[in-house]
Design a protein. Structure first.
Length: 274
């Protein structure tokens, strides 16, 4: 199946997330000759990709041969204010701006790109690198149905996509799924350390932790049952799992920790957006 968006794609920033998305788009059949990338310090991998596929790396938007159908902002939030002003002339009526820059609101981008700019703000996560991410997106009123469809097709190359109308919810989204992979990696770290403390050789403890976390995640993905039901399926009354869960589900256990962690991340997202 060929990925088509109705015109050129202009990718601003090709770091880890931008590069992961680009790889997914090309794998889905996006014409590499229609892709233009602006990056002040393109990694060697990007240069090699351009030589191999025909994707072009340019120094400035003025080198674009025509208005892009989609302009993807994949730069770090710390530099986006300096990146946006020169792009105002690119954000014409025919172009939809798809932002994956964390913490930059649609209103803030409109100040740079114009009140008439069609903007979609999205929050992907790092499993996008293997096509297993989850992205939540929100569009302003200038985005047409066809532009939204183009953005949806691009984001689906990285995994599942959900759309929301309330942009304010993206702070909580960032805290749950945007930052969420780090929580899972920490779980694997902690499980490994617990295995070592229990007497396992570290190499085996690491293997057990990684395979258990990834395997349980895949089982959860394939099942229609809620996580609570899958947990109960593993737990025999009075057994070893029940003994462990008594600790994890205590008053000061895992739920309380995660609730506080997500709250802290959401608050920080709001701070970055203001």
């Amino acid at each position: 199946m060929t990925l088509e968006i109705g015109g050129p794609l202009f990718l601003v920033g090709a770091g880890k997330m931008g590069g992961a998305l680009l790889t997914g788009w090309l794998d889905r059949g996006l014409d590499p000759n229609s892709v233009y990338i602006q990056d002040p310090a393109p990694p060697d991998e990007l240069t090699a990709l351009g030589q191999k596929t025909g994707v072009r790396v340019i120094d400035a938007a003025t080198e674009l041969p025509a208005a892009p159908a989609v302009m993807v902002l994949a730069v770090k939030p710390q530099i986006i204010d300096s990146v946006l002003p020169p792009l105002r002339d690119v954000a014409v009526k025919e172009t939809v701006v798809l932002s994956i820059a964390a913490g930059k609101t649609i209103a803030a981008m409109e100040q740079f790109l114009g009140a008439d700019a069609a903007i979609v703000r999205s929050m992907p996560n790092t499993p996008a690198a293997i096509g297993r991410g989850i992205t939540v997106a929100c569009a302003n009123t200038n985005v047409s149905s066809s532009q939204r469809a183009s953005c949806d097709a691009l984001l689906q190359a990285a995994g599942a996509v959900a759309w929301i109308d309330d942009e304010a919810a993206l702070d909580a989204v960032t805290a749950v799924s945007g930052s969420g992979p780090a929580y899972i990696f920490l779980l694997a770290e902690c499980l490994e350390e617990a295995g070592v403390e229990a007497g396992l050789e570290r190499r085996l403890a690491r293997q057990l932790a990684r395979e258990t976390v990834s395997g349980a995640g895949e089982l959860l993905r394939r099942s229609d049952a809620p996580a609570s039901e899958l947990r109960q399926d593993v737990t025999s009354p009075g057994g070893t799992t029940a003994a462990a869960l008594e600790v994890l589900m205590s008053k000061n256990g895992l739920q309380g920790l995660l609730t506080r962690a997500v709250k802290a991340a959401a608050e920080r997202s709001r701070e970055l957006s203001s």
